[in-house]
Design a protein around this ligand. Structure first.
Ligand code: NAD
Ligand code: IPM
Ligand code: MN
Length: 352
């Protein structure tokens, strides 16, 4: 039995995460006729913060350590500053468990259209460095209350950090076996230390994989190319901040935030990895029952595959595709159905 810590968190996280759990519960029974996952819910997040002054208890990491995986909804609340909420839960979990890989697939589902004209087959994956870079959280303030007010925010690029994420991306391209291509995206023309180290690591790692085509792009041009020639991408590897930004662009051209799943992985598997939609708590639609649950459902499916049940992921993806083909979709995908109706439809479509 795999132990799963479920943290729905804030806003629409509370509306979609239960759907991912429901779908996993249905799929396990349909496929294996047994219970594979033991879900334990945690009420951590911004409401918890407003009561306790902390996003999660002081011993949260010790509690989470004993789980096989974490399923997260989203974090972010209009009444609490984002740097407090995110630095109080999501980012420390990623860092402390050294979940240094974030896999963020961008896939255009059949029967959906891209906002880009004449684009049909989009299927690429962003491998985001998830532990250091621009998110290293190194810095501070000086002379805050006078005219010399200063803030320092340092990006950290270690050789080990660059090598391991780039190697993961190449391995991923090999195992995925699609276009056999890795695109590295940096800004080494301006960021002449960290990102030059990254470029050098990319060249070094690429030598181990002669069968993989390589491409290096500057992030500004890459944004343009993702719009101009999105079909040409296969696996993209990028730093923490660039991977974050590019994954919303990837979602935007493949059906939106409502269908974009992600993982935060420590490949050594000695500590839990975490699975969550790419999207946030979406305060603009929260409480209306219209959030698209597909990103969360697909994140749950990625978690199942990671825990050794790749067949479950395939069955869930097939059920999601079926719901889309039956036009049971939420407003963001052009449909008129509620969150609950989409969850029920995907659940209904789960068959071996
Ligand atoms: P967001 O992803 O929450 O929303 C962006 C837009 O996409 C909104 O218009 C929203 O309605 C729409 N959207 C997102 N998910 C959707 C879904 N499942 N179905 C339908 N529409 C969906 O980004 P934001 O508005 O920039 O951020 C809101 C809050 O979430 C902020 O506090 C931010 O810091 C936080 N955030 C958290 C995470 C996370 O927990 N992983 C990720 C991103 C943003
Ligand atoms: C994401 C989010 C987070 C990130 C924020 C909420 C800190 O945007 O997971 O994409 O930037 O990593
Ligand atoms: Mn993001």
């Amino acid at each position: 039995m795999k132990k799963i810590a479920v943290i729905p968190g804030d806003g629409i996280g509370n509306e979609v995460t239960g759907g991912a759990v429901t779908i996993l519960q249905k799929a396990q029974l349909e496929l294996y006729n047994t219970i594979l996952f033991d879900f334990k819910y945690f009420d951590w997040g911004s409401e918890y913060y407003l009561t306790h002054g902390l996003m999660m208890p002081e011993d949260a990491i010790n509690q989470l350590e004993f789980f096989d995986s974490i399923l997260l909804g989203a974090i972010g609340h209009p009444d609490v500053p984002d740097h407090v909420t995110l630095n109080g839960l999501l980012l420390p979990i990623r860092r402390i468990f050294d979940q240094y890989v974030s896999v963020r697939p961008s896939y255009l589902w059949k029967n959906t259209t891209s906002v880009l004209r004449d684009v049909k087959d989009l299927d690429f994956v962003i491998i985001r460095e998830n532990s250091e870079g621009e998110y290293a959280n190194i810095g501070g303030f000086l002379h805050l209350n006078n005219e010399n007010s200063t803030s320092i925010q340092t990006a950290v690029f270690t050789k080990n950090g660059c090598m391991r994420i780039i190697d993961y991306a190449f391995q991923y391209a090999v195992e995925r076996n699609k276009k056999l291509k890795v695109t590295s995206i940096t800004k080494s023309n301006a960021q002449a230390y960290g990102m030059v180290m990254w470029d050098n690591c990319f060249n070094e790692v690429s030598k181990k994989y002669p069968q993989i085509e390589t491409e290096s792009l500057l992030v500004d041009a890459a944004c343009m190319d993702l719009v101009r020639r999105p079909e040409s991408f296969d696996v993209i590897v990028a730093s923490n901040l660039f991977g974050d930004i590019l994954s919303d662009l990837g979602a935007g051209i493949t059906g939106g935030m409502g269908v974009a799943p992600s993982s935060n992985i420590n490949p050594y598997k000695k500590v839990p990895s975490m699975f969550e939609p790419v999207h946030g708590s979406a305060p603009d639609i929260s409480g209306k029952g219209i959030a698209n649950p597909i990103a969360s459902i697909l994140s749950g499916a990625m978690m199942a595959a990671y825990l050794g049940y790749a067949e479950l992921e395939m069955v869930i993806r097939k059920a999601v595709q079926q719901s889309i083909e039956n036009n049971i979709t939420t407003q963001d995908m052009g449909g008129k159905h509620s969150t609950e109706e989409v969850i029920i439809s995907v659940e209904y479509n789960i068959t071996k």
